[in-house]
Design a protein around this ligand. Structure first.
Ligand SMILES: [Ca+2]
Length: 282
């Protein structure tokens, strides 16, 4: 029996859960990421620092069940692999709806795969939830991850619509710290806090949009563009920060976004082109 501090309630009080979970496994599938989905709701219940999100997701629809989501900067799910760090398997098991078997095995996990982006190689890869071989990748605070939803057969019925519950806390000291590198990939998928406070007057007034986000991050000298995975069209949308063509897309704070870094001097080395941003939270 392992005692795990897992939840913070709205008053910031820790609740403790004990859970005995067998080691689960791994296997890594690499490949280019395609496709994705159609999303639905996500009410956010805020507390002091802790919060909970309910994510309504479907395995069917135009984008075949792929969603890029923001994770809490402080996220401490049960350590399924008992390897001492938070990894893709921990996330997949944590998001498994309570009405299904937990821990889940391949074919029975609502989150079939967890996707990640490696800015060093410019490639997507995925962890197959519940796998018994391989090693799940570690989750890095501030990074955004893709979850791929599948239809689960349970209690003589197939379930394609799932409600995933994500619990965590904001870290007001968290800072994105990175740099633009000449010839580098320079794209990162990042998580946003659920109560992000930015000046929304850029782009479309009174709408939190990609231009607001880009300006909060330092403007066009720091960020070239913001990208999202559009779950209703199954395409990526791009917004060039400081651009005047078109309308910046609205920001959904439950979603992750890809940020392409920039620099005054595109040939400057990393050391001369730092990017730092501490998201403000109300
Ligand atoms: Ca705006």
């Amino acid at each position: 029996m392992k005692l795990i501090s897992r939840f913070l309630n709205d008053a910031g009080v820790c609740l403790f859960l004990g859970e005995n979970m067998s080691n689960r496994v791994l296997s890594v599938v690499c490949g280019l990421f395609l496709g994705v989905l159609a999303l639905v709701v996500l009410p956010v219940h805020a507390g002091n620092l802790a919060f909970m999100k309910s994510l309504e997701m479907s395995s069917v629809g135009p984008s075949a069940g792929v969603y890029w989501i923001s994770l809490p900067f402080k996220y401490t799910p049960i350590d399924v692999n008992t390897n001492g760090f938070v990894d893709a398997e921990d996330l997949a098991q944590d998001l498994q709806p309570a009405e299904f078997n937990r821990p889940c095995t391949p074919g029975y996990c609502a989150v079939e795969r967890v996707w990640t982006w490696d800015p060093a190689t410019g490639e997507y890869s995925a962890w197959v939830s519940g796998s018994s071989s391989g090693t799940p990748f570690e989750l890095v605070p501030g990074a955004g991850y893709g979850v791929e939803i599948q239809t689960v057969y349970h209690d003589s019925q197939s379930h394609s619509e799932h409600v995933l519950t994500l619990v965590g806390a904001h870290d007001p000291t968290f800072e994105f710290s990175d740099c633009h590198t000449p010839g580098g990939v320079n794209m990162r998928w990042i998580s946003l806090p659920p109560h992000l406070a930015v000046d929304a007057s850029f782009g479309t007034p009174d709408v939190l949009d990609a231009e607001d986000l880009g300006q909060a991050m330092g403007g066009p000298d720091s960020v070239f563009q913001i990208r999202r995975w559009n779950e209703t069209t199954a395409h990526y949308d791009n917004w060039v920060v400081g651009g005047s063509y078109g309308t910046p897309f609205a920001i959904d704070l439950s979603r992750a976004y890809a940020v392409d870094l920039s620099c005054d001097d595109l040939q400057a080395p990393c050391s001369e082109c730092q990017w730092a941003w501490t998201p403000e939270h109300y």
